[in-house]
Ligand binder design. Structure first.
Ligand SMILES: Nc1ncnc2c1ncn2[C@@H]1O[C@H](COP(=O)(O)OP(=O)(O)OP(=O)(O)O)[C@@H](O)[C@H]1O
Ligand code: SF4
Ligand SMILES: [Mg+2]
Length: 365
């Protein structure tokens, strides 16, 4: 056995040592690695979080930080999509309503998709089949989980299209995806995701391709439907502003790991990680001039094949030299609690971070 296949074997055998958690969704030490010709891409590298029913978690991070791979992993779809040629290595535990998904029978997980968990994909065209009408696709999604005739399912499809704000739903139900605008397709996909009232809804960048008004409508819609069905929702975005209002908790991802997580108002108003400060600094603000709006975090996201040693953020962090003995470049900081249910992974002392945030960062935002 080669080194790689040895580790592959180990990582593909999920061990369920720990008991079922009390949380509705609990992700424990999730790793999703992709073997490629250039090396192992560690897209998600030890991610843990919990989510309760009726609550919303916002996952935020730059492009390539592992947000979509995380959600595809939860859905059991990490091998699908644009890459998916080689077997992904996945390990850790994903508990959904008492079932551990990584060690569960794939047929069982397939049956859970749609009803127990559903996803709004980043690109609606990839989720909708071009050759079938919108209605036919929603009908199919409904009938997988409900033993009803086509007429009943069609009625349900029209009802759902109406719920998501598609005008003349009884006519549009027979349209093909290409006959819909981007915003309408997004709504149709949401209708399809919600047709079975999923208990967990993952919305991956549900708004990026849409104009601001439609964005707001879609987010309102997710909120309304969540209230109605009491679902747990994960909203994935690179824009902290989107989740600041919508989410109960926020998880900030960097290089496949969580660098900060906690109640939304804490992460937003008392962030304790320099990367989160950077994200807040790059947020569009209505009271700023257009050219001042985007101050991106300087530098580029890390390579997921050669993740920087120590703190992965160190090459871009303006405070990398604050902690003594070069520790930021040699020792990976673990998440530590910085307040009630609020964690951050940084070697700077909490006092130091509080001071920098209050005196140097917050006044400039
Ligand atoms: N099957 C795969 N094989 C190799 N690399 C992959 C595979 N799937 C994803 N990746 C890589 O994993 C990293 C994380 O990807 P992911 O799609 O999760 O990012 P993201 O945070 O959703 O970014 P974005 O905001 O652009 O959607 C990227 O560098 C991507 O290229
Ligand atoms: S550990 Fe060091 S490099 Fe990483 S965020 Fe904290 S100060 Fe910056
Ligand atoms: Mg993505």
């Amino acid at each position: 056995m080669t080194e790689l296949s040895k580790s592959e074997a180990a990582i593909n055998e999920p061990s369920v040592a720990s008991p079922a958690p009390s949380s509705f969704l609990e992700v424990r030490d999730l790793k999703v690695h992709f073997p490629t010709d250039d090396g192992l891409v560690k897209s998600v590298d030890g991610l843990s979080f919990q989510l309760e029913k009726g609550k919303t978690l916002g996952i935020v991070g730059e492009s390539g930080s592992g947000k979509s791979v995380t959600s595809l992993g939860i859905m059991g779809l990490h091998t699908a999509g644009q890459y998916g040629k080689r077997k992904a290595q996945i390990s850790g535990e994903i508990w959904l309503n008492g079932t551990e998904l990584l060690s569960a029978d794939p047929d069982h997980v397939r049956k859970m998709r749609g009803r127990e968990m559903a996803m709004i994909f980043q690109d609606p065209l990839s989720a909708l089949h071009p050759y079938y009408t919108i209605g036919a696709q929603i009908v199919e999604a409904y009938r997988i989980h409900h033993n009803v005739d086509k007429k009943t399912a069609r009625k349900r499809a029209i009802e759902m299209l109406e719920r998501v704000g598609i005008p003349q739903p009884d006519k549009r139900v027979d349209s093909y995806p290409h006959e819909f605008s981007g915003g309408m397709r997004q709504r149709a996909m949401i209708a399809m995701s919600l047709v079975n009232n999923p208990e967990l809804l993952i919305a991956d960048e549900p708004t990026t391709a849409l104009d601001v008004t439609v964005q707001a409508q879609i987010l309102d819609l997710i909120r309304d439907l969540q209230k109605e069905f009491g679902s747990a929702v994960i909203v994935i975005t690179h824009d902290l502003g989107v989740v600041a209002e919508l989410a109960d908790d926020i998880l900030v991802m960097y290089g496949g790991r969580c660098v900060e997580r906690g109640p939304a108002e804490k992460v937003f108003y008392e962030p304790r990680h320099p990367y989160t400060w950077g994200l807040l600094g790059s947020m569009p603000r209505l009271d700023r001039e257009q050219q001042e709006r985007l101050i991106p975090v300087k530098g580029s996201p890390p390579s997921l094949i050669n993740i920087p040693s120590g703190c992965a953020f160190n090459p871009r962090c303006p405070y990398a030299d604050v902690p003594k003995d070069n520790v930021t470049r040699t020792v990976r900081p673990e998440l530590t609690e910085v307040g009630g249910r609020h964690w951050a992974a940084c070697h700077m002392s909490q006092e130091e971070r509080e001071r920098i945030w209050t005196e140097e960062i917050a006044p400039k935002l």
